[in-house]
Design a protein around this ligand. Structure first.
Ligand code: MG
Length: 265
């Protein structure tokens, strides 16, 4: 059946209304400038945030993440020359091997990053204090977020799981039992140096099993043992390192995102 004259007119009217809406600029240009930016309040010309696809379930990598370890191989990490042992892959997990040393990413990341880590302490548990399920996540290779089996295992507070080791204890102890997988979601702002001068210290925010345990905490410098932390200048990017502390701690689902400044897309 042929469309009636009025139906055609109606279609044209609707189409022109839609086109007019499309042509209408987004937002406003007659509003104040937001201090510190070149943009008006509600400025429609401001760059649109990049569209990404989030992970299906909490903890899954979003589409713009770089997978460091997906359970298959350690190709994103450096290998030790023979005869030094290497970390192994067992049942989809990267496992710390005594004597292998740090598992260090081949690529470098920074200066601002989001890092997702899943880890499990050995079961049955062995040792006490710092000797039980010890490992660590090192940002820029030198700033440690402690990994330790702190389930019914006391140690000094600045050495607990999710502590900024030697500097700041976690706000709470959110440890799961040994053998159970635990998550760290780390937002890390690397320090800025100008030559040998520190321009801006590093900051860390950490969620342990979904619980905020470090709330934008300023770091005092690189991690040390039994000494006061201090900064040594380094570049805007650095490796991710996982610590071998002699305990077979397991890791899985490691992914990272470099955080781009707003308006830079
Ligand atoms: Mg450690």
């Amino acid at each position: 059946m042929r469309p009636s004259h009025s139906a055609i007119l109606l279609t044209l009217a609707v189409t022109s209304t839609v086109l007019a809406q499309d042509a209408k600029p987004l937002g406003y240009q007659d509003t104040p400038i937001i201090p510190g930016t070149n943009w008006h309040v509600h400025d429609g010309l401001r760059p649109q945030p990049k569209i990404i696809t989030p992970g299906k379930n909490p903890g899954d990598a979003p589409s713009d993440a770089i997978m460091l370890f997906d359970g298959k191989d350690l190709s994103k990490f450096k290998k030790n020359p023979s005869p030094k042992p290497n970390w192994t892959v067992e049942e989809g997990c990267a496992v710390s091997v005594k004597g292998a040393g740090y598992l260090e990413s081949t690529d470098q990341f920074g200066p601002d990053i989001q890092l997702h880590v899943e880890w499990a302490a050995p079961t049955p548990p062995e040792g006490t204090g710092q000797g039980r399920g010890n490992s660590g996540v090192f940002l820029f290779g030198v700033y440690e977020i402690q990994v330790l089996d702190c389930y019914e295992n006391k140690t000094y507070p600045d050495g607990q799981a999710a502590a900024l080791y030697g500097q700041t204890p976690p706000l709470v102890n959110a440890c799961r039992k040994p053998g159970e997988f635990q998550t760290y979601d780390i937002i890390f702002n690397g320090p800025r140096f100008e030559g040998s001068e520190l321009k801006q210290p590093a900051y860390a925010t950490v969620l342990h099993n979904g619980v905020v345990v470090q709330n934008h905490v300023q770091l005092l410098g690189a991690t040390g043992h039994k000494n006061a932390a201090k900064y040594t200048p380094h570049g805007d990017k650095g490796p991710i390192k996982l610590q071998d502390h002699g305990n077979p701690v397991r890791y899985r689902n490691l992914w990272i995102r470099e955080l781009q400044p707003v308006d830079s897309q």
